[in-house]
Design a protein around this ligand. Structure first.
Ligand code: ATP
Ligand code: MG
Length: 268
């Protein structure tokens, strides 16, 4: 079960560079002339779960898409400011974007398995990276499926189409696909909003175990979920970071009235 009390939680203001997985400095982003992210500065701590919360349209997805340069796919998107991962500003022209996307994995709201077998889904990225030896692929597939807590359910049907899995199994498959590349950061954009409560709990427990090996950033509209799974929570409003703190503090003693109104359901 999930831990009720979280340990080793430092105030965000005291996080050193060494404890930071993603450092965001004065990040601004525009879609056309619409200013969507406004001067965001924050440090996302390593090997912790950080939740991003805020009203629909406040920029949560856009922000995490900045962590693996997914916004580059949109014409008319412009950004300035820094996103530092492993000591390098990934917004630099020199960034190898496919290597970055292997390092910073992403899982979306709706499970999106590829139309191929369970096995092929999990080793897709490794094959793209040139891994060919069957034994290496077998080992990687088994290990990623075990980490995603799916192995026992699929080990006898690895070569069946991924589409034959249930929604919750598909979401764990997509998580396994991201984990096969051993990401440093895993971005989860409302990963459980299309799932039933039991599967949701299952994925929440998975996050708790995964943070030993990677940093997790989760976008969620579910306040209980944010309070349950995250070590830190950031609240955004209209493209601005309003408040960012360890989750116990943010949910029990928010500094700003706007945060309090949001987490208590007075708006949003
Ligand atoms: N590709 C795009 N082109 C133009 N505008 C966009 C694009 N993507 C997002 N936006 C706009 O940027 C703003 C922030 O959107 P974003 O998807 O980041 O919000 P969000 O906080 O994730 O919302 P939700 O909780 O509904 O998912 C919105 O006003 C949205 O309409
Ligand atoms: Mg979103």
């Amino acid at each position: 079960m999930l831990k009720l009390f979280k340990h080793n939680i430092q105030p965000v203001s005291e996080l050193s560079s060494a404890q930071t997985a993603v450092e965001v400095n004065a990040l601004n982003l525009w879609f056309g002339d619409k200013h969507v992210l406004k001067d965001i500065t924050m440090r996302i701590p390593k090997n912790k779960v950080t939740a991003l919360i805020g009203q629909s349209g406040c920029g949560k997805s856009t922000l995490i898409n900045c962590f693996n340069r997914l916004n580059d796919l949109y014409d008319g998107c412009q950004y300035k400011g820094e996103v530092i991962i492993d000591g390098k500003n990934i917004n630099s022209k020199k960034t190898n974007v496919s290597r970055l996307r292997a390092k910073v994995g992403m899982v979306f709201q709706r499970p999106n398995p590829f139309p191929m077998s369970i096995y092929e889904n999990v080793c897709y990225g490794l094959k793209l990276q040139g891994v060919r030896e069957r034994r290496n692929l077998d080992d990687a597939v088994e290990s990623a499926l075990k980490q995603a807590a799916l192995w026992d359910e699929v080990k006898d049907r690895l070569f069946e189409p991924a589409m034959t899995l249930s929604g919750g199994q598909q979401q764990r498959l997509v998580i396994a696909r991201a984990l096969s590349l051993k990401p440093e950061v895993l971005l989860l954009d409302e990963p459980t909003s299309a799932l039933d409560p039991l599967t949701t709990l299952f994925i929440e427990e998975l996050m708790e175990s995964l943070k030993k090996q990677c940093t997790i950033v989760i976008v969620t509209h579910n306040m209980q979920q944010a309070a349950r799974v995250s070590d830190y929570t950031a609240f955004f409003h209209q493209g601005k970071l309003v408040e960012y703190a360890d989750s116990d503090t943010l949910f029990t003693m928010p500094e700003k009235k706007q945060t309090e109104d949001y987490i208590t359901g007075r708006y949003g």
